[in-house]
Design a protein around this ligand. Structure first.
Ligand code: MCA
Ligand code: AMP
Length: 502
C-alpha cells in the first residue's frame, strides 16, 4: 500500500489512547481520535462524489481538525491543497481558478467571498471549519463511520499541491506525490534520530512544507506526541520548551526566543534537537543560541518542490552558516552557468535530484521543463558553495525572491499590483535586512510625470494593497522617487536600490 496515510498509520502506537496532539487548553487528541476523525471526514469527502485525484483546498486556521482534514484527504485518495489564511481576494481567486478543487474548505468569516469565488471558478462544494475546529464540514462528517477503507494509491500518485509564487508573478502549484512525501519523511525521521518518547513543540503554521510535512510526518512516523500550538509565540514557547524534546522553527523564532527574558539553559533542559530552516540562520543567532542555551541549532535546507535536501549532521559538527550535507537519497550538485560542476569552494547554482523531488508544476509543462536539466536535475534557484569538508553554504539566490519571517514573497507579484495604481509609472520591490523577519518587503515607486491629481504616499500605496494581498507581502516601507537606476541593458539595478535604502 503506497498511500502515505497507510505508511504513517502503520507506525501509530498500538494503544489507541496514546497521545498525538496536546492542545493549549489541555485537551488531548489520541491516535485513536485521529484515526476515527480522519475516517469520518474521508467518508464525507468520498460521499461528495469527488474522484481520486481531485483537489481539496483548505484555507483554515491551524487546529487538530484541520490537520486531520489533511490525513482524511490522503485516505480518500484526493490531493490536499493548503492555503495561508492570510491570502486575500486577489490570491484566492487565482488559486481556485487554477486548481479547480472539488471541495473548498474555508473559515466562516470568508463565506461571502468564498461563495462568490467558488461560483466563479466552478468549485462544486464549499464547507467550513472555524478557528475552534467546528463548522459545517465537521457536522457533515459526524454520521460517517470509523472504518473508512483507505483508498489504494501508488507512490507516483499526487498527494498534495503546494503553491509557490513564481518569478513571473504567477504562482506555480508544486505537485508532490505520495512517494515524494513518504521518502522524505522516512529520511528525516531516521536522520534526526526520532525516538520513543519524543515530544515535539509544534508552533509552525500547517499550510507549508515545514510545519505540515517536515514536523508532522516525523511525529506521526514516530508514533509520539506533539504540543500542538495555534501559532508561534516566544513567551509561550519558553513556557512549553521544558516539556519538549524537539523544536523546529524558522530563524525568526530563534531570534525572538533569544529576545525573551528568562530564556536560558534551563528552559531547554529536555531538548535534544533544535532545527532551523526555511531562511538563512544568521551566524550571530547561531552563536548567541549556543552561548545562551548550550544547544547547537541544526540548520537544514529545502524547498516546497522536494521537502528537505540537506542537513547538518545529527551526530558530528553542525557548522554555523552552512546547511550541512545532502540527505541520504538526495543528490546535490553545484554548477556554473554552463552546467559544469564547480570546484570546491567555488560559488555556483544549486541543483538537486532524488525521489523526494516533485513531479512538476500543476498545468505548467513548459515551466516544469525549464526548471529541470535534460538529465533530470531540478534547478533550485539558490546559489551556494561546498567547502573542503563537504558542507554546503547558501550564499544567495538567482531568483528574485524575498523571504520574510520564513514566508516567501515574489517582488514581481507586488510590482504588478503597484504598477496598476493611479499615478504610478513603475516600481521595484526589494528585500532589506530586518532584525526580526530576516528580510523585509520594501517598495520603490516611481511617480508618473504629469499625473493629474494623484499624490503618491507610503500610506496610500499600503492602503491600496491591503485587502488584495496577504499582509506579510505588504511593503513595510514605500519610497516614492522620480526614476529607478538602470544598467546599460535597461534592467533595474535592484542591488543599487538595496544599497541605497539599507
Ligand atoms: C506576520 N507578519 C509578517 C510576517 N508574519 N510580516 C512579514 N513577514 C512575516 N513572516 C505581519 C502581519 O501581516 C501583521 O501585520 C503583523 O506582522 C503581525 O502579525 P502576526 O500574525 O501577529 O505575526 P506573528 O504571529 O508574529 O507571525 C510572524 C511569524 C510567522 C511567527 C514569523 O510569520 C511565522 O510563523 N512564519 C513561519 C512561516 C513558515 O512556516 N515558513 C516555512 C515555509 P499587520 O499588523 O500590518 O496586519 S516552508 C519552506 O520555506 C521550505 C520548504 C523550508 O525550507 O522549510
Ligand atoms: P519555499 O519556496 O517556501 O519552499 O522556500 C524555499 C526557499 O527557502 C529555498 O529555495 C531557499 O531559498 C530558502 N531556504 C530554505 N532553507 C534555507 C536555509 N536553511 N538557508 C537559506 N535559505 C533557505
Amino acid at each position: 500500500m503506497d498511500n502515505l496515510y497507510e505508511i504513517l498509520a502503520a507506525r501509530f502506537p498500538r494503544d489507541p489512547d496514546a497521545s498525538c496532539m496536546i492542545l493549549a487548553d489541555g485537551r488531548v487528541w489520541t491516535y485513536g481520535d485521529v484515526r476515527r476523525a480522519s475516517s469520518r471526514i474521508a467518508g464525507l469527502i468520498a460521499a461528495l462524489g469527488l474522484k481520486a485525484g481531485d483537489r481539496v483546498a483548505a484555507q483554515v486556521e491551524k487546529t487538530p481538525e484541520s490537520m486531520v482534514l489533511y490525513l482524511a484527504t490522503l485516505r480518500a485518495g484526493m490531493v490536499f491543497l493548503p492555503l495561508n489564511p492570510a491570502y486575500q481576494r486577489h490570491e484566492l481567486e487565482y488559486f481556485l481558478n487554477d486548481a479547480k478543487p472539488g471541495l473548498f474548505v474555508c473559515r466562516p468569516q470568508l463565506r461571502p467571498l468564498a461563495n462568490e469565488l467558488t461560483q466563479q471558478a466552478g468549485v462544486p462544494h464549499l464547507l467550513e471549519i472555524d478557528d475552534n475546529g467546528k463548522g459545517s464540514l465537521i457536522d457533515a462528517a459526524a454520521p460517517f463511520g470509523d472504518d473508512f477503507a483507505t483508498v489504494q494509491r501508488h507512490s507516483g500518485d499526487l498527494a498534495a499541491i503546494l503553491y509557490t509564487s513564481g518569478t513571473t508573478g504567477r504562482s506555480k502549484g508544486a505537485m508532490l506525490t505520495h512517494g515524494n512525501l513518504a521518502v522524505n519523511a522516512r529520511t528525516l525521521h531516521a536522520f534526526w534520530h526520532f525516538q520513543p518518547g519524543d515530544m515535539l513543540l509544534h508552533m509552525l503554521p500547517t499550510f507549508h512544507v515545514h510545519g505540515l510535512f517536515v514536523a508532522i510526518h516525523c511525529v506521526l512516523l514516530n508514533g509520539s506526541a506533539m504540543l500542538f500550538e495555534a501559532k508561534f509565540d516566544a513567551k509561550r514557547a519558553r513556557q512549553l520548551l521544558p516539556q519538549a524534546t524537539v523544536f523546529m522553527g524558522v530563524p525568526t523564532y530563534y531570534v525572538r526566543l533569544l529576545g525573551e527574558p528568562g530564556f536560558d539553559h534551563d528552559s531547554c533542559r529536555h531538548i535534544r534537537l533544535f532545527v532551523s530552516g526555511s531562511a538563512p540562520l544568521l551566524r550571530e543567532t547561531f552563536d548567541a543560541f549556543i552561548e545562551r542555551t548550550g544547544h547547537t541549532i541544526l540548520e537544514r535546507y529545502g524547498m516546497t518542490e522536494g521537502g528537505m535536501f540537506t542537513s547538518n549532521p545529527y551526530v558530528g559538527e553542525r557548522r554555523g552558516g552552512t546547511v550541512g550535507f545532502p540527505l541520504p537519497g538526495t543528490e546535490v550538485r553545484i554548477v556554473d552557468d554552463d552546467g559544469k560542476v564547480c570546484k570546491t569552494g567555488v560559488i555556483g547554482n544549486i541543483q538537486v535530484r532524488g525521489d523526494n523531488v516533485f513531479v512538476g508544476y500543476w498545468q505548467m509543462p513548459e515551466k516544469t521543463a525549464e526548471e529541470f536539466t535534460a538529465d533530470g536535475w531540478f534547478k533550485t534557484g539558490d546559489v551556494g558553495r561546498r567547502d573542503g569538508h563537504g558542507y554546503i553554504a547558501i550564499v544567495g539566490r538567482s531568483k528574485d525572491l524575498i523571504i520574510s519571517g520564513g514566508l516567501n514573497v515574489y517582488p514581481k507579484e507586488i510590482e504588478d499590483m503597484i504598477d496598476a495604481l493611479p499615478g504610478v509609472a513603475e516600481s521595484a520591490v526589494i528585500g532589506l535586512s530586518h532584525a526580526d523577519f530576516g528580510e523585509s518587503v520594501n517598495a520603490v515607486v516611481v511617480r508618473q510625470k504629469n499625473a493629474a491629481g494623484a499624490i503618491l504616499t507610503q500610506a496610500g500605496v499600503i492602503a491600496a494593497l491591503k485587502g488584495e494581498l496577504a499582509n506579510f507581502k505588504i511593503p513595510k516601507r514605500v519610497f516614492v522617487v522620480d526614476d529607478l537606476p538602470r544598467n546599460a541593458m535597461g534592467k533595474v539595478q535592484k542591488n543599487v536600490l538595496r544599497e541605497r535604502y539599507s
